[in-house]
Design a binder for this molecule. Structure first.
Ligand SMILES: [Zn+2]
Length: 215
């Protein structure tokens, strides 16, 4: 088993065929083909805001409505996007591995849910998910596939508005079903730590013999 990165396709196929434990790491590049914005570099702007400035707890505390508008925009794109050939190939390969009794896992930085939409089952979402929310008070995590997530966000989130629209009152933003407090997107923002559970499961990836990086 080579510990060097493989650039030889033939050799790669051989190693892949023999591998019993496979982990695939994916990032934004996989979803770009499905039309998911990457939000990197100069193009990383939403209206006049840098996406990286909106994806912080400070931004949410200062202006939860604006951050929710940004995430409504991102959810809307993700929910209306379809898995591409790469997502489908990985889902198919997982199925094949399962039938052959081999282990297969995807560890992704993507939050768009497209791996699961393609049929992948063993997926660890390192940076959270646009399909989930977490309560700011009781910390309950819920799956929420509603689009828009609340009526106040309907028609909002357009990245091309020249300026921000009037702020939505906090009372009209998405609420926790358990305690009725404000929820936020279940996303690991800049400056936050990864979910220890997810991290723990991912680190078991060290036990995997073959790691494939698709970024
Ligand atoms: Zn709650």
């Amino acid at each position: 088993m080579s510990k060097q990165p493989l650039s030889d396709y033939k050799e790669f196929r051989k190693v892949l065929k023999e591998a019993q434990n496979i982990v695939v790491l994916t990032g934004a590049g996989v979803s770009a083909e499905s039309g998911i914005p990457v939000f990197r570099g100069v193009g990383g702007l939403w209206r006049t805001h840098r996406a990286t400035d909106l994806a912080t707890l400070e931004a949410f505390k200062t202006n939860p409505a604006l951050v929710w508008e940004f995430y409504h925009y991102r959810r809307d794109i993700a929910f209306n996007s379809y898995p591409n050939t790469a997502h489908k190939a990985l889902a198919l390969y997982e199925k094949i591995c399962k039938e052959q009794g081999r282990k297969f896992c995807i560890i992704t930085q993507n939050v768009d849910g497209l791996h699961r939409k393609a049929g992948s089952e063993n997926v660890l979402e390192l940076h959270g998910s646009l399909q989930k929310v977490i309560c700011t008070k009781c910390k309950q995590i819920e799956i929420n596939m509603q689009n828009p997530i609340c009526e106040a966000l309907r028609g909002r989130g357009d990245p091309n508005e020249e300026q921000d629209l009037p702020v939505i009152p906090v009372d009209d933003l998405p609420k926790c079903t358990k305690c009725q407090s404000l929820v936020r997107p279940y996303i690991v923002w800049f400056g936050e730590n990864l979910d220890p559970d997810v991290l723990n499961k991912s680190s078991k990836g060290n036990l995997y013999k073959l790691a494939i990086c698709v970024s």
